[in-house]
Design a protein around this ligand. Structure first.
Ligand code: ATP
Length: 297
């Protein structure tokens, strides 16, 4: 059984087809990254899966229940952390967590709040107004709030946007340690690469690719060789042009080719024969940025 299963999920706003047709199959315990350019339809999809917004087409099951027929049952089993968070600036983290627990009718709301404050490194800020917390801590509180009722499936909408690298890493440590299925949208592709077992890429209301980061990068099928030159009074692009797609930017020659490591000796020899002096060479495989660029408009 899948934790999240969608077929042809769609949402229209007047004339705008925000989500045209989304198919998903996420297994329990997976951490799936949801990527796509601005306006691709990610937030709209997350809001539908989290029962915040009704679909106008298609079907989905989340945590074993049908989205349309049993939204209350879905709601009890999921957590949803929206882009903007949902805390009140003058209340304290502990008050927010206890209130959330009471809304979910937890018999141990106060105890649960204290456990989450400790788990998310918020113990020392438990009684301070939320408005005085750093952005990183506020976001960790948002995620903790989504977890109060121990959901099986957690939807996170851009949890790390705007955070500094240290705060992002701390937040992700918490996400990684969760015992839940996590479906998370992000614009940080390096983050998705490092942390997600699979990623779904959305563009113009549809999923355009879905696989492990490794498989998606392999499918792009090219490496990039970046060569630093010390001056270039010869036409270095011409010298290597049949080995790959070459471009020169200042003293940096970039060659996109199928197998950079294998091609390297040939590239170096050609450039030497053409009288160019090489200062540095870096060969890098495809990144998720390359995948993203290749697949989205
Ligand atoms: N309530 C609404 N009314 C009308 N159009 C909407 C509404 N919500 C979203 N849209 C439109 O639907 C499309 C998809 O928006 P959505 O917010 O889902 O994209 P996104 O992938 O989450 O973008 P971002 O990465 O910028 O958050 C956009 O064209 C947006 O303007």
């Amino acid at each position: 059984m899948y934790a999240i299963e969608a077929e042809g999920l769609a949402r229209v706003f007047g004339q705008v087809e925000a989500v045209r047709s989304v198919d998903l199959a996420v297994r329990p315990g997976e951490v799936v990254g949801f990527l796509g350019p601005n306006g691709a339809g990610k937030t709209t999809t997350l809001r539908m899966l989290a029962t915040v917004l009704a679909p106008t087409g298609g079907r989905a099951r989340v945590a074993g229940h049908d989205l349309r027929a049993e939204p209350d049952r879905v709601r009890r089993r999921i957590g949803y952390v929206a882009q903007s968070g949902g805390t009140r600036p003058l209340s304290t983290p502990r008050e927010e967590l206890v209130l959330q627990g009471l809304l979910h009718r937890l018999p141990d709301a106060a105890r649960r709040a204290d456990v989450l404050l400790d788990d998310f490194g918020l113990g020392d800020a438990r009684d301070r107004p939320v408005a005085t917390l750093s952005g990183g801590r506020r976001r960790r509180l948002d995620v903790a709030l989504g977890l109060v009722h121990r959901p099986e499936v957690l939807f996170l909408d851009e949890p790390s946007t705007g955070l500094d690298p240290g705060s992002r890493a701390a937040l992700w440590d918490h996400v990684r340690a969760l015992d839940a299925t996590v479906f998370v949208s992000t614009h940080y592709l390096d983050e998705a690469d490092a942390l997600c077992s699979r990623v779904s890429i959305m563009d113009q209301g549809r999923i355009v690719a879905e696989d492990s980061p490794g498989a998606l990068k392999a499918a792009v099928g090219h490496d990039t060789v970046v060569i630093g030159l010390a001056g270039h009074d010869v036409d270095v692009v011409d010298a290597v042009t049949d080995l790959g797609e070459a471009s020169l930017d200042g003293d940096t020659l970039t060659v996109t080719c199928r197998d950079g490591a294998r091609l390297l000796p040939d590239l170096v020899r050609r450039l030497g024969d053409a009288g160019a002096e090489i200062r540095s060479v870096v060969v890098r495989g495809a990144t998720l940025d390359d995948v993203f660029e290749a697949l989205t408009c």
